[in-house]
Design a binder for this molecule. Structure first.
Ligand SMILES: C[S@@+](CC[C@H](N)C(=O)[O-])C[C@H]1O[C@@H](n2cnc3c(N)ncnc32)[C@H](O)[C@@H]1O
Length: 255
């Protein structure tokens, strides 16, 4: 499975039509649209021809859609390997790299930013990575509707949007109900690995993770772990480095 940049075609097929929204609309009992607090702003960034081509040609292999039914991981990956979920993979470089380095795990990435999804698929095609699937949808709905309880070996959340202003903190994806939901989806011994370059968000993550009784902190100092070698540098982490930010990694396991 590969393609070269010369093969790119002008296309208004699948990838162009793909994203107008990344949520399922919900309504109140009297039929009014229910406004949700979202952890993201849907950016309108255009797909490059390269990303578009990758999505058009390879979505059938790499792409999964939201459904009102649980995913059957065994049939999706054609094996029984443990599944690691990454939410908000951005352009997907670190996700593809982890999948490449760990062929005995299956990776599932969720991202609402369509060009990121296209870039991730293009990169996976280029590296011939097969143990990866991606979804372009709001992760909270995927968790609610498509992921079976106790079915995940781990959850990765790297550099989620920090929503700096206090009045926006309610938009942070890390909230007690979100972590409880993740914990419910983890198999026993499964992990939650978060990283951020925003100290105030790191403190918030720690407080929330500590509140969930089924989770145990692996940090010997009971707070953060040293940056693990196995986590590839992400795009946002690089940006944080340039701005002189620190990095905080949190790694909890399910008892
Ligand atoms: C700050 S970026 C970090 C990207 C990447 N992890 C990195 O470190 O380079 C956060 C990403 O999370 C995505 N995101 C935020 N909320 C999401 C949600 N509910 N479902 C899926 N993706 C989400 C955003 O679109 C954005 O690309």
């Amino acid at each position: 499975m590969s393609f070269n940049k010369q093969e790119l075609v002008q296309s208004t097929t699948f990838a162009d039509q793909k994203r107008k929204t990344v949520e399922v609309a919900e309504f109140t009992e009297d039929g009014r649209y229910k406004r949700k607090i979202r952890s993201f702003v849907l950016r309108t960034g255009r797909l490059s021809e390269f990303q578009k081509h990758a999505m058009n040609q390879h979505w059938h292999f790499y792409g999964l859609e939201h459904q009102n039914q649980l995913f059957d991981f065994k049939s999706i990956y054609a094996n029984d390997n443990p599944v690691i979920l990454e939410i908000g993979f951005g352009m997907g470089h670190s996700l593809v790299e982890m999948a490449r380095q760990n062929p005995h795990f299956n990776y599932l990435g969720i991202e609402v930013h369509t060009p990121g999804v296209g870039a991730c698929i293009a990169n996976a095609v280029e590296k011939d990575v097969k143990n990866l699937r991606v979804i372009c949808h709001d992760a909270t709905e995927i968790l609610r509707d498509c992921i079976a309880d106790h079915s995940l070996a781990g959850l990765q959340l790297f550099f989620p949007d920090p929503w700096h202003k206090a009045k926006h903190h309610k938009r942070r994806i890390v909230q007690t109900h979100f972590v409880e939901k993740i914990s419910q989806k983890l198999a026993q011994g499964g992990f939650i690995h978060m990283a951020t370059d925003w100290e105030n968000y790191a403190e918030h993550m720690l407080t929330v993770l500590q509140q969930v009784k089924e989770l145990k902190n692996t940090s010997i100092t009971n707070d953060y772990i040293p940056r693990p070698e196995f986590r590839p540098l992400t795009k946002f982490e690089q940006r944080g480095h340039r701005l002189g930010h620190g990095v905080w990694d949190l790694y909890f396991t399910k008892k």
